[in-house]
Design a protein around this ligand. Structure first.
Ligand code: SF4
Ligand SMILES: [Zn+2]
Length: 316
């Protein structure tokens, strides 16, 4: 493991490395997306994601670039329901909805509490609604919101890594006990969780990255998480680019993404997906990249191992 002392990873340094935010409109979501996902019942269905524009998350995690599409101040009451209404008018009809807000849905500075009822009335027809939250915001509010909607509520939480030293360096302000407690609290109230797990955060070699991603999957699935999403770590937020330049961070290789996804699926303990966004970043081989993206997509949807791709880059 790479020993990293200078500069100290703290809020001040992380924020000082940032570039400009993108220009966003508090009356519009900053992106919309529809993608196929395997449901917990085994069907493959379209899931829409509305990327809500709202106030920046109060945490400053080392690897996070979600601040780029946020506002500095809280958005006015009514703007989140307006964004959702606008998005629903522009999305095809689907049964499952992710409301991702670049932070925590239950952070009142991000999503005003007085908007909950209007939001609930807009989304009640969905079978499943998935929101994201840091464990610090998981409490009775989640239950009150769940009771307002007729859909199944799922909450996505960033576990990131179970390597406690790295978790601390990520500045996540979360403990493994806190994560497990949140999952347990939600499960006791019939709310399923999904966990985001990082593949090769900074300070780790490729093999350490694989090892800790697999242990993180073990931990999440044991804690009662129903679905894990493996996120290959990338640069791009300023701080990560500086660590990359110093050799303290290297993005994982696509072979490792395949390996950890295989491991997760083999556990047969819950759905395990690989994040497929911009996978070209993780390969240097033009010969097999398309095949590997196809394989990862197939494994995400089938939750079975697909035939391995053989290529000259396998030995690299
Ligand atoms: S808690 Fe989530 S959204 Fe907030 S800074 Fe950390 S990774 Fe980003
Ligand atoms: Zn290759």
């Amino acid at each position: 493991m790479n020993d990293f002392k200078d500069p100290e990873v703290n809020d001040k340094w992380i924020v000082s490395c940032r570039g400009e935010k993108n220009s966003v409109d508090p009356q519009n979501p900053y992106a919309l997306l529809v993608e196929k996902e395997r449901t917990s019942s085994g069907t493959i269905e379209d899931v829409a994601t509305i990327f809500l524009t709202n106030r920046e998350c109060p945490f400053h995690c080392l690897m996070c670039d979600l601040w780029k599409n946020t506002t500095d101040k809280s958005v006015p009451a009514g703007s989140i329901p307006n964004q959702i209404e606008w998005a629903l008018n522009h999305l095809p009809e689907v049964k499952h909805l992710k409301l991702y807000n670049s932070g925590s849905f239950f952070d009142k500075n991000a999503i005003p509490e007085k908007d909950y009822q209007k939001i609930a009335s807009l989304i009640s027809n969905f079978e499943t609604v998935i929101v994201e939250s840091h464990p610090g915001f998981i409490n009775e509010d989640c239950l009150r919101f769940r009771d307002m909607i007729e859909s199944d509520l799922q909450i996505a939480i960033g576990l990131e890594t179970v390597n406690t030293e790295i978790l601390m360096k990520l500045n996540k302000r979360m403990t493994l006990e806190g994560f497990a407690r949140s999952v347990n609290f939600l499960l006791e109230h019939d709310i399923f969780t999904r966990a985001f797990i990082l593949l090769r955060p900074p300070f780790l070699s490729e093999s350490e990255g694989i090892f800790w991603a697999e242990r993180s999957l073990d931990f999440a699935l044991n804690a009662g998480v129903e679905c894990c999403v493996l996120i290959p770590v990338r640069a791009g937020n300023g701080a990560m680019d500086q660590l990359h330049e110093k050799g303290i961070f290297t993005p994982p290789d696509i072979h490792s993404i395949e390996k950890v996804l295989e491991y997760g699926i083999e556990q047969q303990a819950g759905r395990v997906f690989a994040d497929l966004w911009d996978l070209k970043l993780f390969s240097k081989c033009d010969k097999c990249i398309k095949g590997r993206i196809r394989r990862l997509t197939e494994m995400n949807l089938s939750q079975k191992l697909s035939e391995q791709i053989r290529c000259t880059c396998d030995t690299l």
